[in-house]
Each structure stands twice: as structure tokens, then as C-alpha cells.
Design a binder for this molecule. Structure first.
Ligand code: GRF
Length: 195
């Protein structure tokens, strides 16, 4: 299976995914695409020999449809079978999602269905949660709400800040996402639960 990975920032999840796709893996990375040339993950992808692209959302000035047309066209050039959103910070409309229905997955830094959207760690701390984590799900038109493909739980520690909790969760993202992708690429949608 051919995998395209969409990023917006440092791409640490992308790195974990790319590094997980070795010889005996059902998938291979064919594109890393960012919605801005400043994304630090682009250099990491190039260093790993993965083709990169930028489709900047800013010239489209809030015209989601025209941004998504450009995005879709560029992605299709790589002819991927699977799209992985990995720290991709643009909301995709139903129009785009429908074109990739059943072939697009995302990692979100909370134990879905709790805390869809942003600032998940601060919200978990504010709620006094004793555990947190991350989820991988199929992307549907509803934000952060598609069928669950995996979850990893971490304890909330006394004195945690959003940053310390984010770091603990991110380390689990790097373990969870590759495991989910391996199954998904093999056509297995059995969810992964860690630990
Ligand atoms: C992190 O907050 C991660 O939890 C979420 O996207 C952000 C950036 O991740 N998935 P990455 O380092 O760009 O993969």
C-alpha cells in the first residue's frame, strides 16, 4: 500500500510512521505534504528520502474548497492508497473527506470521544482527569469522530502541566500510530489498545 502523510509542523508522528515502514511492511511512504513551507517535518522527510510537497492554505484565503482542490490534486499525483493525517492542523470539509472515505486516518491527542478539537491536555487537566492519551481514528466529516482504530492511555501525574502531559502522550503517539497503520494497511481494522 502507498501512504501519503499530511503534516503542518515538526512531523514527529510522520517520522515515526516513515521509520516504521521497513522492508517487511505492507505499506511504503510515497509523499509527505505540508500546508506550509515552514513545516519542520519537510526536512525530516527529505532526509529520509521521501518525496515532499507543499500546498499552502494561505493563498486560498479561507476558500476551503479551492485549497482542498489543490490539496487533492497534489496528493493524487503520488497515487496513495492511504492518507495519514499527522499533526495536520487544517479542518477538512466533507467534500474532501468523502473522496478519501475509508482510506484516511488521523491521530488525535485525547482519549476520544473526550476532548475533540484543540487544547486537549489543558482540558483534561482542568477536568481533573487521572488519565489521558491519544486516539487514532478513521476520518469522517465530523471532526475527530470517526471509527476508532487505536488508543493509548497514560497516567496524569501530580504537578502535570499541559506541556508535561503532552510530552507523555506524544511518546505514546509514536508507538500507537505505526501499529495502527501496519494493521490498517493490511486491511485489519481491529483496534489497538495500549498499554
Ligand atoms: C501534537 O500535538 C500531536 O499530539 C498531534 O499533533 C501535534 C504535532 O505532532 N497529533 P507532530 O510532532 O507534528 O507529529
Amino acid at each position: 500500500k502507498r501512504v501519503a502523510i499530511l503534516i503542518s509542523g515538526g512531523g514527529s508522528n510522520m517520522v515515526s510512521l516513515v521509520d516504521s515502514m521497513g522492508e517487511d511492511h505492507p505499506a511504503m511512504p510515497v509523499l509527505v505534504l505540508a500546508n506550509g513551507a515552514e513545516a519542520g517535518g519537510l526536512e525530516k522527510a527529505r532526509a529520509r528520502g521521501v518525496e515532499t510537497a507543499v500546498v499552502d492554505h494561505r493563498p486560498h484565503k479561507g476558500d476551503r474548497a479551492s485549497f482542498e482542490e489543490a490539496l487533492h490534486a497534489r496528493i493524487c499525483e503520488a497515487q496513495p492508497d492511504i492518507l495519514c493525517l499527522a499533526g495536520f492542523m487544517r479542518v477538512l470539509t466533507e467534500g474532501f473527506v468523502r473522496r478519501w472515505d475509508g482510506r484516511m486516518i488521523n491521530i488525535h491527542p485525547s482519549l476520544l470521544p473526550k476532548y475533540t478539537g484543540l487544547n486537549t491536555h489543558a482540558r483534561a487537566l482542568a477536568a481533573g482527569d487521572t488519565e489521558a492519551g491519544c486516539s487514532v481514528h478513521e476520518v469522517t466529516a465530523e471532526l475527530d469522530a470517526g471509527p476508532l482504530l487505536g488508543q493509548a492511555r497514560v497516567p496524569v501525574e501530580p504537578g502535570d502541566t499541559p506541556a508535561t502531559l503532552a510530552a507523555r502522550v506524544l511518546a505514546q503517539e509514536h508507538i500507537l500510530y505505526p501499529q495502527v497503520l501496519r494493521r490498517f494497511a493490511a486491511g485489519d481494522k481491529t483496534p489497538v489498545f495500549l498499554p
